[in-house]
Design a protein around this ligand. Structure first.
Ligand code: ZN
Length: 84
């Protein structure tokens, strides 16, 4: 995937959020996207932040600072891993 600026990432995630995403969670999703992109590491949580096991919004349980500095690897609701 090509490198995106913060603004481009924000626009892309907003477009992908079919069911809508709150401003707060959008900021966390952008922060996590930029965190992974900057380090060249795979992003495990879907860019919009919905768990593909239980459909809950994972970023709801994260604060912005953590989303910008920690790799999200699992769901805080169903505790399933996004890895592998
Ligand atoms: Zn889940």
């Amino acid at each position: 995937m090509a490198e995106l600026t913060r603004e481009e990432a924000r626009e892309m995630i907003e477009k992908l959020a079919y069911f809508g995403i709150s401003e707060e969670n959008l900021e966390k999703a952008v922060a996590q996207y930029m965190y992974c992109q900057k380090r060249g590491i795979e992003q495990f949580v879907g860019v919009v932040g919905y768990c593909w096991h239980c459909d809950k919004q994972v970023y709801e349980e994260w604060d912005l600072e953590s989303a910008a500095s920690t790799l999200v690897t699992g769901c805080p609701y169903c505790h399933r891993s996004f890895i592998g």
